[in-house]
Design a protein around this ligand. Sequence first.
Ligand code: MV4
Length: 448
Amino acid sequence: MLKKVLIANRGEIALRILRACRELGIRSVVAYSEADRDSLPVRLAAETVCIGPGPSTKSYLSVPNIISAALITGCDSVHPGYGFLSEDRYFAEICGRYNLTFIGPSADAIARVANKAEARRVMAQAGLPILPGTDEALLSIEEAEDEARQIDYPVILKAAAGGGGRGMHVARNERELSSKFNLARAEARAAFDSDELYLEKFLEHCRHIEVQVLADTHGNIVHLAERECSIQRRHQKIIEEAPGTSISEELRTRLGDAAVKGAEALRFTNAGTLEFLVDDGGHFYFMEMNTRVQVEHGITEMVTGVDIVKEQLLIASGQALSFTQGDIVVRGHAIECRVNAESGPDFRPVTGTVVELIFPGGPGIRIDSHLYTGYALPAHYDSLVAKIMAYGRDRDEAIDRMERALNETVIEGIPSTLPVLRDIVSSRDFRRGAVHTDFIETREHHAA
Ligand code: MV4
């Protein structure tokens, strides 16, 4: 069993990991930047270590600082949470060199899906359906045009080193493709340090469905069914649901089998997610794999009763999964609303101090947040401040509870996306389950 974990992250996920360690009786150390000195995970931790100044390149992304912090505090393992170093193959490898257990998959498994074009090849090889597209890097506009002609428009340009939708561009004809190619390439180079692009057929009006998997180091792999993540703005998820709104038991089995097959092919261990696009005809296509715990893991925990972060710690300890696929039952429905501290029509991240804070409660509500009254939101980091999750016996009850919870919530002192969330959750389209990848775009056009 792991004895002492360095929590190499911040905010709500640091708190989430701290809680899982506590419940398992594993000691932990919260690593924090100078900007996070007064944060809730630091306050609640038994032991903390400063890893550098506010900018994340000098703290949460600094491999030497984090490795030394782990060694100095006597940790035997590191939990990277999500973002930061969670999907950095070199960090995973360096942890191993220093005899620190990286709580996540092997560096090799991370590497094989880090390049999204390569991930497509790996998964296609494993028998998973993928959209028509390129499986080699595009080297010129001419090459992109040739490929697009074969795939047929519309197509989507994606950064091979990207992920989570950043740096994506849709082209509906050759003119758009040639005007967007260099832009996409420059963006990819700036954001991901690699200008490798690939092309896929662009699927309109579909659903973004992801399957949670858990794999131990003894070859046991299970899936924990799917989450519906179609409601995104600027490719940031804002509302997620578990299970999917329109996924039949038959489709769930097919998606789950595909996800397990993909994880098997990678010799994947720990917690991961395979993202798919699903069309109205029940066809699905692998898009990319995330090799970390995700922001939205909590709603899967609510409908399956599996504590995913605890499982990550147990798997990293070398324990075999204590359940099989047959033990996993999806019960009820759960929804998550992400509350971000943002303001204005362009949703700029903000700073400020929380002067009043009332979180909702009552049946079926779970809050994962690092906010407290008097907390000064630091600059430097992403704008997620709270995850409000609602569980119900069915989707209608989950929505009723979410509506109630959002109306109970008060966050004063910083602007937040609460009004947007209330608007969507109380809408007829959302209640009808009419959630597709074009949901937000369509709504905002109507609203404008
Ligand atoms: C797509 C797609 C349609 N066709 N790829 C967004 C997040 C990233 N992981 C992949 N994403 C998408 N990839 C192909 N080939 C649709 C999405 C997508 C989306 C696109 C526009 C507006 C909202 C969206 C919400 C979810 C997924």
